[in-house]
Design a protein around this ligand. Structure first.
Ligand SMILES: NC(=O)NC(NC(N)=O)C(=O)[O-]
Length: 343
């Protein structure tokens, strides 16, 4: 699945009501959050995340925050789509994480301002109800529903700090936009292409090679582990829809083949990946969602690509290992149990 809130797809945190201790933009930094125990600034502990000030009540007669008091951040998704899962990562926020979080979502085309999004004219739907979270943990939520969203509102009740937000889902571009483009990259994640499977993801995810941005360094690409065996490494892509191939292009080391041999689980005679294709407006077909409709608590048991890819990236994930399990199970949204405990 794709992180719809990936900064490299164009996602951004466009507003927040408060960012006293740490800036909202940190929420979408691609790398794991870091912590320097010696780093203190004029306001307090330097934190890698979005952290608001502590709330108090309205006056001496009401010393504590009211039930409705909360802090919020507005996120523009890099690509519109259906949200399947969220990770609210409170890494390194051990005493200053929020007591509860909630997430709302809306679909507004174009580039709406924060003022417009908050004006009351935009209908927001709650996709994660107010739910207690753990500190220094990756708090995972499964989201069900077929609605397509462009923006999220992340709320912390009543205040606190969150290191990272990841929004996993399926890209659903506007059909009118694809029709206007005419010829476009049918494999691109921005247009709904996705990686279905791959022979190896040891160093990095193969989704890297269908991202719209240019690779800047080696780990911006797909790299498998080095070994000798009977087959080449392979990736199976799901294209955005049926299309007429005009051209295709790949950037690869010279020793690899343009037409990969089918891997053990790939479809036979897989053609080379198309990149520039024409799609007839309205011809796009959405594949079945990767989540089942039954409640579940574990991404892994649903055979989702996320943990499999993460699990096969020990060199990267090793930088921030361990996420505590959660015991909460609200009706529509279920926290995901992750193995291990943060050090
Ligand atoms: N040590 C802290 O984290 N203090 C406060 N936060 C920061 N960032 O200083 C707080 O508790 O809100």
């Amino acid at each position: 699945m794709v992180d719809l809130a990936d900064r490299q797809l164009g996602a951004g945190v466009i507003a927040a009501n408060d960012e006293f201790f740490a800036q909202r933009e940190n929420l979408l930094v691609p790398e794991p959050a870091v912590f320097d125990p010696q780093a203190f600034g004029h306001k307090g502990k330097v934190m890698d995340g979005w952290e608001t000030r502590r709330r108090r009540g309205a006056d001496a007669d009401h010393p504590f925050p009211a039930d409705a008091d909360h802090d919020w951040a507005l996120i523009r998704l890099g690509a519109p789509g259906m949200v399947r899962g969220l990770v609210v990562d409170t890494a390194h926020f051990r005493g200053n994480y929020p007591q509860r979080v909630s997430v709302e979502a809306a679909a507004v085309e174009g580039a709406p301002s924060p003022e417009h999004l908050l004006s009351g004219a935009v209908p927001w739907e709650e996709i994660v109800p107010r739910t207690p979270v753990r500190g220094h943990a990756a708090n995972g939520f499964t989201v069900r529903g077929e609605r397509r969203y462009t923006h999220l509102r992340l709320n912390q009740h009543p205040d606190g700090g969150i290191a990272r937000l990841r929004v996993y889902g399926k890209v659903v571009p506007a059909p009118e936009w694809l029709g206007l483009l005419g010829t476009f990259d049918l494999a691109s994640v921005l247009h709904g292409g996705a990686v279905e499977d791959a022979s190896d993801c040891f160093y990095s995810s193969p989704t890297s090679i269908i991202r719209p941005d240019r690779a800047r360094k080696t780990d911006d690409g797909w790299e498998n582990r080095r070994r000798v065996r009977e087959t080449n490494d392979w990736v199976r892509f799901r294209l955005a829809g049926h299309g007429q191939i005009r051209a295709w292009r790949s950037t690869r080391p010279t020793s690899t083949r343009a037409t990969p041999r089918a891997g053990p689980r790939s479809t036979a005679a897989t053609p080379p990946p198309p990149t520039h294709t024409t799609m007839r407006p309205g011809s796009r077909s959405c594949p079945a969602p990767p989540f089942s409709r039954t409640p579940h608590t574990d991404f892994g048991s649903q055979r989702l690509p996320l943990p499999r890819i993460c699990a096969s990236m020990p060199s990267r994930m090793g930088a921030s290992p361990g996420y505590g399990p959660m015991a909460l199970s609200p009706p529509q949204v279920r926290p995901v149990c992750w193995s291990g405990t943060r050090p």
